[in-house]
Design a protein around this ligand. Structure first.
Ligand code: AMP
Length: 143
């Protein structure tokens, strides 16, 4: 394996351990989904496997398989919750590809025709807005 080692002090590992807060919309045995704090559009969610891996390059295939089924579930929920025209799924591997947090995650971003995507890791969103958007998505998920 050519990538660097997994570091369990990364921010998503801390979120998974409950050491720092997040606006969670979904959780199952293997996966958590929570709001991105610097959303590229309202309703931007991160789907994060609980198993430790830096990214898709070193992840267990079973971890990826399960996570992508959760990505589908969240994609449909954000599409309905935000009345979106489409849904963008992005996943970065290593700094050269734009990855900034080194625990595997998938971005799920509702898109509307004619509205440009905001920058990746751009502006921090207000906590109340994130909480309200999380509630909309949870409403669609029935959770
Ligand atoms: P990347 O590793 O490039 O896929 O991007 C990491 C993403 O995590 C960015 O979109 C950040 O806005 C987001 N992010 C960073 N810290 C937090 C946090 N504490 N809670 C939720 N999202 C975060």
């Amino acid at each position: 394996m050519s990538s660097a080692a997994y570091d369990d002090n990364n921010i998503f590992a801390k979120i998974l351990r409950g050491e720092i807060p997040s606006h969670r919309v979904y959780e199952d045995e293997h996966t958590v989904a929570f709001m991105d704090v610097m959303p590229q559009a309202p309703g931007h969610v991160l789907v994060v496997p609980k198993a430790a891996s830096r990214n898709i390059l070193d992840a267990n295939p079973a971890t990826i398989s399960h996570a992508i089924t959760v990505v589908q579930k969240i994609a449909n929920a954000v599409k309905d919750a935000f009345d979106a025209d489409g849904v963008l799924v992005i996943q970065f591997n290593e700094p050269a590809a734009g990855q900034t947090v080194f625990h595997l995650h998938f971005h799920v971003i509702p898109r509307h025709d004619g509205i440009p995507l905001k920058p990746h890791s751009g502006k921090m969103e207000d906590g109340d807005v994130l909480a309200a958007n999380a509630e909309k998505i949870k409403g669609e998920l029935g959770s």
